[in-house]
Design a protein. Structure first.
Length: 403
């Protein structure tokens, strides 16, 4: 079986996902095309250089609808002979694009792919595409559906995670992200986004709030308590599934949950022969990939069983992993991961995460892989694991090894 290597990883800065965000004027297809162009220019991808562009985006409606991947290829400077595949595995869409590309290369279906994703959350609202699990009564009742924030609070309740625990992790995420930017740790990967006149629009993650502290977060109201306890009373639904819980402890708020942002990311993946033919040096080998389904009510525990699965399938142990990127969808997701594996926080999200920088749904998985690769190179470490929780109860993971 052919090995799959990462040759490049790049991303846009994350812009605030609202009307006054710096990237708000840029459409999903335009931002995608800009990132594809950067990948082409940095790696001299002329002609039919890659087999396909696999592109994740979650809210596939309106300007993010259709086959956004193919639209992005056509708007970009890539050759029109390169097709495009739009995929959706919710928050892991960008990672699933990477994993799918890697596995096709391993199986001999093409020598190279560009994989990644995009989400313009300020332009296309999360949930505006509808979802059967939320709106179809037969499915919602069968799965004991509750919103993701309630699921995050269930994790906190089930595993004894306090609000102070969650707030402390959030403060540390802000601190690490601010330090990473100050030390230019993202410089290799972040592409400045420019307007049609070539003027810079955004060159940094603008969601970061470096002054965040425990006192600031302590004044914030739990974001999901009202919908849990009052209307429409999702706590009661959750406790039908988990009758051993006396109540749901609502610890999450805007400060310890991921930010709504705009962004895109791409990873260039190819075989050894691809790199040799084009004079490109591989940066990492994709050692293993995995996905799994989990309890759809608590929903966000996927990083634990999918990590167990990927380690088991690859014959590795948790001690073999030098660095971890665990998406900070909510603080309890990362806290539960560290609790389950007894992993030192010093190895997890060392440059901050989505609580500080934001979570552009379809792009985040690819961003995590790129951030992990950059940090392995910066720190001289060897093996890293990236993982995400996923809506409706799933998990995804990727293990890479620096070369």
């Amino acid at each position: 079986m052919t090995d799959a290597y990462i040759y490049d990883a790049l991303r846009s800065p994350r812009g605030k996902g609202r009307a006054d965000g710096s990237l708000h004027e840029v459409t999903s297809v335009a931002l995608s095309a800009r990132i594809l162009n950067a990948a082409k220019e940095r790696n001299r991808l002329d002609g039919h250089a890659v087999e396909d562009v696999i592109w994740g985006n979650v809210t596939q409606v309106g300007e993010q609808g259709g086959c956004l991947a193919r639209s992005a290829v056509l708007l970009s400077d890539l050759d029109e002979s390169i097709p495009g595949l739009a995929i959706n595995r919710f928050c892991a869409s960008g990672m699933e694009a990477v994993n799918l590309a890697a596995n096709q290369i391993k199986a001999g279906a093409g020598q190279a792919y560009i994989a990644g994703g995009v989400e313009m959350m300020g332009r296309v609202a999360m949930g505006s595409d509808g979802a059967a699990i939320a709106v179809d009564p037969s499915l919602a009742m069968k799965t004991y559906f509750v919103p993701q924030g309630i699921g995050a609070d269930i994790i906190a309740t089930e595993y004894g995670l306090s609000r102070d625990d969650a707030d402390a992790l959030a403060v540390e995420s802000q601190k690490r992200a601010s330090a990473a930017w100050a030390e230019k740790r993202f410089e290799k990967s972040v592409v400045t986004i420019r307007d049609q006149n070539g003027l810079p629009i955004l060159d940094h993650d603008e969601y970061i709030r470096p002054g965040t502290d425990m006192q600031t977060l302590g004044g914030l109201t739990p974001a999901f308590q009202a919908m849990g306890e009052v209307m429409p009373g999702f706590d009661k639904i959750a406790m039908m599934k988990y009758p051993h819980l006396e109540r749901i402890n609502h610890i999450h708020h805007a400060g310890n949950s991921s930010g709504i942002v705009d962004g895109a990311a791409a990873v260039l993946i190819g075989s050894k022969a691809f790199g040799e033919a084009r004079g490109l040096k591989p940066r990492a080998r994709i050692r293993a990939t995995a996905k799994i389904g989990t309890d759809p009510t608590i929903m966000l525990t996927g990083p634990v069983p999918v990590t167990e699965k990927i380690l088991r399938d690859s014959g590795m142990s948790i001690s073999d992993i030098d660095l971890f990127e665990v998406n900070e969808a909510f603080a309890s997701v990362v806290l539960r991961f560290m609790q389950a594996f007894d992993v030192d926080h010093a190895k997890v999200n060392v440059n901050g995460g989505a609580i500080a920088m934001g979570h552009p749904l379809g792009a985040t998985g690819a961003m995590l892989v790129g951030t992990l690769l950059d940090e392995l190179e910066r720190s001289g470490k060897g093996i890293g694991l990236a993982t995400l929780c996923i809506a409706s109860g799933m998990g995804a993971a990727t293990i890479i090894e620096r070369v």
